[in-house]
Design a protein around this ligand. Structure first.
Ligand SMILES: NC(=O)c1ccc[n+]([C@@H]2O[C@H](COP(=O)([O-])OP(=O)(O)OC[C@H]3O[C@@H](n4cnc5c(N)ncnc54)[C@H](OP(=O)(O)O)[C@@H]3O)[C@@H](O)[C@H]2O)c1
Length: 348
């Protein structure tokens, strides 16, 4: 049994931008292991890990490599009190199958991916320890080979559970805002609603802040959010979003003229000037995106319920085209994309 004074042992499965940022923040307060790919871990082995919050020089943390355990395979999970799963949704089942044989029954697993069902995928593979769902509301960018910068703000939310307490304590000690909830379903649905912006940002190629200040691009997001709201209403979920307005008003707010939106959404617009979404980063790096768990999930739910979701369906097609086209992908203007989604709605 671990001594009560021993540091919490945290293993990050899928150390990419989210996992390295959290690992770097937590390393002064916990015993952190990062399980990831060589292209991520080798630069950290060489120069240590640096994490920044974009809030000035004072918020730059450098963690020497010796202070971390870096591994390409997940055997170290056998020592972990907390396992943070930070893979992309598509890699979750395989990553879970790999770490489960090493998991201690006393541990707790927290899934931090986007999508409504990522944590269910982990639960399908784990039967010895509790699996909690969580969301990471802020964006992170890799700004150097071993440097990760948070480019927007927000509070991690995770399932309330007695075994979440140690993780909550170290996150707070590391100045990472976090809260627990008994209504994670509503939070996960709210996160999907907010993340419907990612595909529109990725198709435009503009930085997040500039994209959010383009009214036509916001209208595109509003079309998708309105479809999602109808689907969520039909299944009886009232999404909780990390803004002061209720979720059902998001499409209306997104459609507002830009000067009004700029005032109302001042907090949301506190994004680094060059911040982007992880979907855009995937397109740039030629990797498959998570469109299936965002607009794809809404389109699929709508189809099951017999509801229309033409804007979400069209966005899925456009992202697929962008994935296939690579560097030659189209950069959509707000005007052209809004016309395209409006045409899709008329055809439906
Ligand atoms: N990026 C953001 O700003 C952000 C913000 C909020 C939420 N999120 C969500 O957080 C999740 C993680 O996103 P991310 O951007 O951090 O992804 P990422 O940078 O792609 O990191 C995941 C890493 O895990 C690796 N991996 C996959 N399976 C593995 C395994 N079995 N063992 C070891 N490593 C493995 C991946 O390698 P391969 O590439 O080889 O698969 C990749 O290097 C996603 O669901 C995303 O939507 C991201």
């Amino acid at each position: 049994m671990t001594s009560p004074d021993a540091p919490v042992r945290i293993t990050v499965i899928g150390a990419g931008v989210v996992g390295c940022y959290l690992g770097g923040r937590l390393a002064r307060h916990a015993d952190v292991t990062l399980v990831g790919r060589p292209h991520v871990l080798d630069p950290i082995r060489a120069v240590g890990l640096t994490v920044e919050s974009g809030e000035g020089e004072g918020d730059r943390i450098h963690v020497p490599a010796e202070q971390l355990t870096l591994a390409e395979t997940p055997e170290s999970v056998r020592h972990a009190d907390v396992v943070l799963v930070c893979t992309k949704a598509r890699s979750t089942a395989a990553a879970t199958a790999a770490f489960v044989p090493h998991l201690r029954p006393e541990a707790v697993v927290v899934g931090l991916q986007n999508g409504l069902h990522s944590t269910d995928t982990i639960r399908d593979g784990v039967d010895v320890a509790p699996v909690l769902a969580g969301i990471v509301p802020f964006n992170v960018a890799r700004t150097g080979p071993a440097t990760y910068r948070r480019t927007s703000a927000g509070e991690i939310v995770m399932d309330a559970h007695p075994r979440a307490a140690a993780l909550v304590d170290v996150l707070r000690a590391a100045d990472v805002p976090v809260r627990t909830t008994r209504d994670m379903q509503a939070v996960l649905h709210g996160k999907v609603l907010m993340n419907l912006n990612n595909a529109v940002q990725a198709l435009s190629g503009l930085p997040l802040r500039s994209q959010l200040l383009d009214r036509d691009l916001r209208r595109c997001v509003a079309l998708c959010q309105a479809e999602a709201n109808r689907v969520f209403w039909a299944v009886g979920v009232v999404p909780k979003v990390p803004v002061t307005a209720p979720a059902r008003l998001l499409p209306t707010i997104m459609r507002l003229p830009t000067p009004v939106f700029r005032t109302l959404a001042a907090r949301v617009l506190r994004v680094d000037a060059d911040g982007t979404s992880s979907m855009y980063d995937d397109l740039v790096r030629g990797r498959p995106t998570e469109i299936d768990v965002l607009q794809g999930e809404i389109a699929e739910m709508a189809s099951r319920l017999g509801l229309p979701a033409p804007a979400c369906e069209r966005v899925v097609e456009l992202i697929r085209e962008a994935e296939a086209a690579g560097e030659a992908r189209r950069r959509w203007t707000g005007r052209a994309l809004y016309a395209e989604l409006t045409r899709a709605r008329r055809r439906a």
